[in-house]
Ligand binder design. Structure first.
Ligand SMILES: C[S@@+](CC[C@H](N)C(=O)[O-])C[C@H]1O[C@@H](n2cnc3c(N)ncnc32)[C@H](O)[C@@H]1O
Length: 316
C-alpha cells in the first residue's frame, strides 16, 4: 500500500516485504522504526504485534512526526520520538531498554513527501527555497550554509558526499555568484548554476544530482548519525535482535557493509591467541546477502532503484 499525504504526495515503502521479513517480528517484541517517514514499514510492524508488543517510532521531520502522532498516537504500544535515530541509545537508557530491542529498522535518506514538497528545498526539479533540512525546526538551511561557507569547504562537501568530479568548479561558481549577484536563495538558482559549471553531461542524470545529495548529507549530518547508531547497535539489540538497514547510496551502504562485516567476523583476532577475548568475539551474524528491489518494484517506484537492504542478527 502507498500513502498519500495531504498535499497528494505519495510514499511507497521500499523493500517493504523483505524488510519486514528480515525483522522476524515476534508479537511481544520491542521494535524500533528509526525512520518513520509516512509509516509504510511501521504500519506493517504494528499489524504483527500482539497486546504486549511495543513499537518506537522516530523521525527528524516534524511533518513525519505529526503523521505518526495522528495515526499511531492512540496506540498505547507505540512511543513516538521527534529527533534523530542517533539518540536511540539515550532513549533506550531512559526507558530501561538497552539490550532489549528485538528489531531496529533504518530506511535511510529522504521520503517522497520531502522530495516532492518544493518548499522543503530538497529537489532540483522543483523550484523552492534552499532549505534541505530534514528537521525543519532547527539547524542551518542550505541557503545559510552555501552563502557563508568558504569555497574550500563547499568543494570538500561536494567531493566527499557527492563524489562530484567537478566539485572545485561548482564551488567556485557558487562563490562567484554570491560575490556578484548576492545570496543564493532558491533550488532553481542553484541547479542552474551547477548545470552551467559542470562541463559534461551524464545520461539520465541532472548535473545537479550529486551536489544536491552532498549538500543534504552534510547539512543533516546523515553519515555521522548513521555511524553513531551503528556504533551503538550491538548494545541496543537484544540477543537474536535484528538490525535491518536500507541504504540509497554507496557512502551509506559502505558504512553499513563494513560495520556488519567487522562485527560478524573474528578477522582481527591474532591467530596465536588460544582463547578469543570477549571484546573481540563477533557480536553479529549476517542474515542472508544484500537484497535489492526486483524489476517490478523499480518499475512501480523508480526511487527504489538504488536501494540495498542489509540485515544482521545480534548473537546471544
Ligand atoms: C526513506 S524515508 C522512510 C520511509 C518510511 N520507511 C516509510 O515507509 O514511510 C526516510 C525518513 O527518515 C527520516 N530520517 C532520515 N535520517 C534520520 C535520522 N538520522 N533520524 C531520524 N529520522 C531520519 C527522514 O526525515 C525521512 O522521513
Amino acid at each position: 500500500m502507498t500513502r498519500a499525504d495531504s498535499d497528494g504526495s505519495v510514499h511507497s515503502p521500499v523493500l517493504r516485504e523483505e524488510a519486514i521479513a528480515a525483522l522476524a517480528i515476534r508479537p511481544d517484541g520491542l521494535y524500533v522504526d528509526g525512520t518513520f517517514g509516512r509509516g509504510g514499514h511501521a504500519s506493517e510492524i504494528q499489524r504483527r504485534l500482539g497486546p504486549r508488543g511495543r513499537l518506537w517510532l522516530i523521525d527528524k521531520d516534524p511533518e513525519a512526526i505529526a503523521e505518526a502522532r495522528a495515526r499511531f498516537g492512540a496506540d498505547p504500544r507505540c512511543l513516538i520520538h521527534h529527533g534523530s535515530f542517533a539518540e536511540l541509545r539515550a532513549l533506550a537508557e531512559r526507558h530501561g531498554a538497552l539490550g532489549s530491542i528485538d528489531g531496529l529498522l533504518l530506511d535511510l535518506g529522504v521520503s517522497s513527501p520531502q522530495l516532492d514538497a518544493a518548499e522543503r528545498g530538497f529537489s532540483f526539479m522543483r523550484d523552492g527555497p534552499l532549505d534541505m533540512r530534514m528537521d525543519s525546526s532547527r539547524g542551518m538551511t542550505a541557503a545559510q550554509w552555501l552563502n557563508s561557507a568558504d569555497g574550500e569547504e563547499i568543494a570538500r562537501v561536494l567531493r566527499e558526499y557527492g563524489e562530484e568530479r567537478f566539485a572545485r568548479r561548482i564551488a567556485q561558481a557558487i562563490v562567484a555568484y554570491r560575490n556578484q549577484q548576492g545570496p543564493l536563495q532558491t533550488t532553481g538558482q542553484l541547479a542552474e548554476l551547477i548545470a552551467g559549471a559542470v562541463p559534461v553531461r551524464e545520461r539520465h542524470k541532472h548535473p545537479a544530482t550529486r551536489s544536491f545529495q552532498a549538500i543534504r548529507i552534510h547539512l543533516n549530518g546523515e553519515l555521522e548519525d548513521l555511524s553513531r547508531i551503528l556504533e551503538d547497535a550491538c548494545d541496543l539489540l537484544a540477543p537474536r535482535g535484528r538490525l535491518a538497514v536500507i541504504s540509497f547510496h554507496s557512502l551509506e551502504d559502505r558504512l553499513v557493509k563494513r560495520f556488519m562485516r567487522a562485527r560478524s567476523s573474528t578477522a582481527q583476532v591474532p591467530p596465536e591467541l588460544p582463547v578469543i577475548p570477549e571484546q573481540l568475539k563477533p557480536k553479529l551474524r549476517l542474515v542472508g546477502r544484500a537484497v535489492r528491489p526486483n524489476a517490478a518494484e523499480v518499475a512501480a517506484n523508480p526511487r527504489a532503484r538504488s536501494a540495498v537492504l542489509r540485515v544482521a542478527e545480534r548473537l546471544p
